[in-house]
Design a protein around this ligand. Structure first.
Ligand code: CP
Length: 325
């Protein structure tokens, strides 16, 4: 079911965003512009959150058929703060548990005039399949697709890096953890490549390593110290146990922490101004020590804040495309 929709099909003939399924093929100016638009939605802590009417009269359907805290909450808040009608369905509250197909669920909501489908699903190809079937005025936003793609996460990661570093061309970015099952790593890598990042290092234990076909330019290693040496950006990932069938082959948490946990001591191998990222959810004191997660180099809560701003910018971008239809 791996129906690929290309970047040109994600954009209308006017270059407006219609669907966001992956970052592949989007160009650097487009990404820089959406990151700049995202900045407009940021407010300081304690200030009134950004609001506007750009989605007034629109209906955003959040369909989360896999667990989520950050992505689901931020899409819901983004749509509400932009004055949309919002409905939320998940695997427990939809008729999918009675055997209804995902497409029948979509056609049902389309008949109620939903305009935007935000989809998270454990199967690869679902967002593209839906995008290929919905009416022309409808947009599909990928909110996490199996181990394949998580494009708004990729954008919020790029925004966070851009806020801390002068450019991408001089950066060494190291992603550490279960790359094999990570849609976050896939989308980060796609985005970093588009932005011209100097070096991407992928560090994992054997069995959880990146497949080179998805990471053609990356340095792939099991050696955490080598991966950390001189890095500017460190992105930690949890082990995605829900996607691993043979759990007996996994290290214990204790062993994993000893070999691949990011501690204050290990962090010293990176550049002194390195930033530490994590998409969440975190397993504290497994892949990352609590002291590092809460320490001065951590930008993890900033990633969450940026996630809401990026999702508002994406909703605004598809809304401006609709108003030109
Ligand atoms: N980063 C991320 O996708 O988090 P959630 O699973 O909580 O949405």
């Amino acid at each position: 079911m791996d129906e690929e929709i290309t970047a040109s099909e994600q954009l209308t003939s006017n270059g407006q965003l219609r669907h966001l399924l992956n970052l592949k093929g989007l160009d650097q100016p487009w990404i820089q512009e959406i990151l700049s638009q995202s900045e407009h939605y940021l407010r300081k802590p304690g200030e009134v959150p950004a609001r506007d009417d750009s989605l007034a009269g629109r209906t955003v359907a959040n369909l989360f058929f896999e667990a989520s805290t950050r992505t689901r909450a931020s899409f819901e808040l983004a749509a509400k703060r932009m004055s949309a009608d919002v409905l939320n369905l998940d695997v427990n509250t939809s008729s999918r548990i009675k055997g209804e197909s995902i497409l029948d669920t979509i056609y049902t909501l389309q008949a109620m005039q939903a305009d935007v489908f935000v989809i998270r699903d454990a199967s690869a190809g679902i967002p593209a399949l839906i995008a290929s079937k919905v009416d022309p005025h409808i947009s599909v936003l990928n909110a996490g697709e199996a181990d394949v793609s998580h494009p708004t996460q990729g954008l919020l990661d790029l925004l966070t890096i851009r806020q801390h570093k002068d450019n991408f061309e001089n950066l060494v970015v190291t992603i550490i953890g279960d790359i094999a099952h990570s849609r976050v790593a896939r989308s980060a890598s796609e985005g970093l490549r588009i932005m011209g990042t100097r070096e991407l290092r992928l560090v994992s234990p054997s069995g959880l390593q990146a497949s080179p076909e998805y990471y053609p330019d990356a340095v792939i290693t099991e050696d955490m110290n080598a991966g950390l040496e001189g890095a500017d950006v460190i992105m930690m990932l949890r082990i995605q146990r829900e996607r691993i069938k043979e759990k007996t082959s996994l290290m214990t948490d204790h062993e994993y922490r000893k070999r691949y946990g990011l501690t204050k001591d290990r962090l010293k191998l990176a550049r002194p101004d390195a930033i530490v990222m994590h998409p969440g959810p975190m397993n504290r004191d497994v892949e990352i020590s609590g002291k590092v997660a809460d320490g001065p180099q951590s930008v993890i809560t900033q990633q969450v804040t940026n996630g809401l701003a990026v999702r508002m910018a994406i909703l605004a971008a598809i809304s401006s495309g609709k108003s030109q239809q």
